[in-house]
Design a protein around this ligand. Sequence first.
Ligand SMILES: [Zn+2]
Length: 136
Amino acid sequence: MKTDEILGGKLLREFNTISAMVQIYCRSHCAAKGKVDQCEHCQSFLEYAHTRLDRCPYGEQKPTCNKCPVHCYKPHMKAKAKEIMVYAGPRMLLPHPIMAIRHLWSERSPVPGKPPAASSNRHIRLNKGQSPKAST
Ligand SMILES: [Zn+2]
């Protein structure tokens, strides 16, 4: 985990959930079995997921990815995400019951409509310390 973590709140919880799923997936699918947290492919997938969360236009309002109307993942990353979720999702309950239940719970909450303007974590992060623009 990076020490200069830029995500917070719901986005960070979501990233931690994805990290746990990637670990479960990687341990049984990749060459690096048991040696490190994840292999370099899964590591770069996680970095990609981290960037997408940072730039998610919903920010803290984010729905779960598989219900989200915005398709922000590149097709091959989306395919990998799906593979990881399908494998690791059902295997989350024993090692990470709270994360798993929270994730299932948010799957059931309604999907918000159009993303609100300027709500992504990245936008808020980059605008911190600057004079706020007049918004409508
Ligand atoms: Zn891996």
